[in-house]
Design a protein around this ligand. Structure first.
Ligand code: F6R
Length: 624
């Protein structure tokens, strides 16, 4: 979603701010801007459109200065226009602010200031209201311009605190003031903000990947932290004015890890990284000796794990689809009743829960507002709530009672790919662990471990299908949509495949359990709407065959994802057959999703879509 980068140091700020914004480009945005203090001028450049457009604007007349702030905006309040792009200014025009999040009571604050008479708002944004509020409090707290600089710094921090105390909503902010040299202020509540600690220079960013090229020392700010940043020092306090505790951590990836390398798109790179990322999700977590999984991060004793009577898996989008597979896996391997809840619904619903319920919040970014809301609501009600996250420094990772990290490495492509297969792998580890504490024998545990350990090589094998999938994508490049069907463990793969297709090709797509076809969906079947069936060699293959026949009888084209000998049974009926390696049912989704990720990818390329930056989408959805 929106991105923030701030810099104070000895280098020119403009190239650093622009470079940082480019590194956040994958998060999704529709306008961009910078504010730099150039001598005694507050210089700003901002526009709707891409960072390349902002780059051109800056290139024409580059502000020369060594501190400033910048932003990419994903419109919430007001359209994507030059006026609504950040930074926004206070009434004096000396204070510039960038903001991620939503100020819910902005209209009331704006009305109050409009009544005062000396505030003119030039944008439709909630951010401009916050800029005016901070500026107003700052200006009224001293004779403007006549105070010594040090005093101005503490006055500005105090004004930020006082303004934030009036705000209802979420924010990650960074601001500069024309009259206060070499000084930035940042604060967060609900929207991530990280301080990058350099030598004679410091940074603010909404995501550490924006600044990892400059420093790997980072302080992940907590909600209600306010940070005053200078070249060679920083001070963290709370919105309430108390001294803040902090820890400087080493960022666990490097600048190299977030480069595209030879791949044309991050999405393709990340699809190809899956043998390694799935291996990393299991690394050190399988015990051949005890025929089980070891998940120390859950921070639960064996007795506590044995007492779990019910599991709730929650998340959004792709993470929710991984949860849906988790439901099948955990119930099959461990026999523990498991439910899947949309985080956005679960957080506001009064679901009856029992004391022995365990909640898992699944999130690649660890910052998704609804998933975080579901985690907080679960904890508020007294349930043990664990996180399954990729981003180790994320809010969900920090606020949960324990959990499992994916260790998938940075996922930059907006369409989630490798995080999904890591999440499904972790579902299998949880199923194995809980199952071995209940009814699974050592030989069953061993067989599960063997199946898991075979996955990385089987994913390599599956990736070799890319040319075949590209040819299929070319063949169907003129269709207006696709239907996806699967049963049991592969029903959620139908959902995930449809989501991938929608996200990056903008084609109509729906995923359903195969058997639902005859309950209404069959009305859609026609010669120009292909149906993709995920029908591997499993206990429900012949049921899938019946549904395939029903589609073919109505002249609908069929693409089948299958395995083992089932390819032969499909030979005379499916139009295209993609054969993946054979695997036990509970791990098949990790393999069956790969040709479907590739299908969406190749179709999007064929249609000339911007694969890594699909329209209207953001990587990390930090608003409700
Ligand atoms: C789909 C996609 C989204 C995310 C969803 C949750 O490709 O990327 O549907 O899966 O926004 O994001 P996380 O996992 O970061 O909570």
């Amino acid at each position: 979603m929106c991105g923030i980068v701030g810099y104070v140091g000895r280098s020119e700020a403009a190239p650093i701010l622009l470079d940082g914004l480019r590194r956040l480009e994958y998060r999704g945005y529709d306008s961009a801007g910078v504010a730099i203090i150039a001598g005694d001028q507050l210089e700003t450049r901002k526009c709707a459109g891409r960072i390349a457009d902002l780059g051109k604007l800056i290139g024409k007349d580059t502000p020369v200065g060594t501190y400033g702030i910048s932003h990419t905006r994903w419109a919430t309040h007001g359209k994507a226009t030059d006026q609504n792009a950040h930074p926004h200014f206070d009434a004096s025009g000396k204070l510039a602010l960038v903001h991620n999040g939503v100020i819910e009571n902005y209209q009331a604050l704006k009305d109050d200031m409009l009544r005062e008479g000396n505030h003119v708002f030039v944008s439709e944004t909630d951010t401009e209201v916050l800029a005016h509020l901070i500026g107003k409090i700052y200006d009224s707290s001293g004779a403007n311009g006549s105070t010594p600089p040090q005093n101005s710094k503490s006055r500005l921090v105090a004004a930020v605190r006082a303004a934030l105390q009036q705000v209802i909503g979420t924010y990650g902010i960074a601001l500069v003031h024309r009259d206060i040299p070499d000084f930035l202020v940042g604060a967060r509540r609900g929207s991530p903000l990280v301080l990058g600690v350099g030598k004679d220079e410091n940074f603010l960013a909404s995501d550490v990947s924006a600044i990892v090229a400059y420093t790997r020392d980072a302080v992940y700010l907590n909600d209600f932290d306010v940070v005053a940043v200078e070249r060679d020092k920083f001070e963290i306090s709370s919105v309430a004015g108390e001294g803040g505790k902090y820890e400087v951590s080493k960022v666990e990836f490097t600048d190299e890890d977030i480069k595209k390398g030879d791949y044309p798109h991050y999405m393709l790179k990340e699809i190809y990284e899956q043998p390694g990322s799935v291996r990393d999700a299991m690394r050190g977590r399988l015990s051949h000796e005890e025929c089980t999984a070891k998940l120390g991060g859950l921070e639960m004793t064996a007795a506590e794990l044995r007492d779990v009577r019910r599991i709730v898996l929650t998340g959004c989008g792709t993470a929710l689809h991984a949860a849906r597979i988790g439901e099948y896996i955990i119930e099959q391997l461990a026999g523990v009743p498991t439910e899947v809840e949309f985080a956005s619904e679960f957080r506001h619903r009064n679901t009856p829960m029992t004391r022995d319920t365990l909640v898992f919040a699944i999130s690649q970014s660890g910052e998704t507002a609804d998933t975080l809301g579901a985690l907080r609501e679960s904890r508020r009600k007294g349930y043990r709530a664990l996180g399954i996250c990729n981003n180790v420094a994320s809010t969900i990772a920090r606020e949960s009672d324990g959990g499992v990290y994916m260790h998938a490495g940075p996922e930059i492509g907006v369409a989630a790919t490798k995080s999904f297969t890591s999440q499904v792998t972790i579902m299998a580890l949880i199923g194995l662990l809980l199952g071995r504490m209940r009814h699974l024998s050592t030989s069953e545990g061993s067989a599960i471990i063997d199946a898991l350990e075979a996955l990385p090589a089987q994913i390599e094998e599956t990736l070799k299908l890319t040319d075949q999938v590209r040819a299929i994508a070319k063949k169907y490049a003129s269709v207006n949509g696709m239907l996806f069907f699967g049963r049991q463990f592969n029903y959620p793969i139908a959902l995930e495949a449809a989501l991938k297709l929608k996200e990056i090709t903008y084609l109509f797509a729906e995923g359903h359990p195969s058997a639902e076809l005859k309950h209404g969906i069959i009305a859609l079947v026609r010669p120009d709407l292909p149906s993709v069936f995920i029908a591997p060699d499993d206990a429900v293959f012949s049921k899938n065959m019946n549904n395939i026949e029903q589609v073919k009888a109505r002249k609908g084209p069929v693409i089948a994802i299958t395995s083992g000998a089932c390819g032969e049974r499909l030979a005379n009926i499916a139009d295209d057959i993609i054969t993946i390696p054979s695997a036990p049912e509970f791990v098949t989704p990790v393999l069956s999703v790969i040709p479907l990720q590739l299908l969406a990818y190749h179709l999007a390329v064929e249609l000339g879509r911007d694969v890594d930056k699909p329209r209207n989408l953001a990587k990390s959805v930090t608003v409700e």
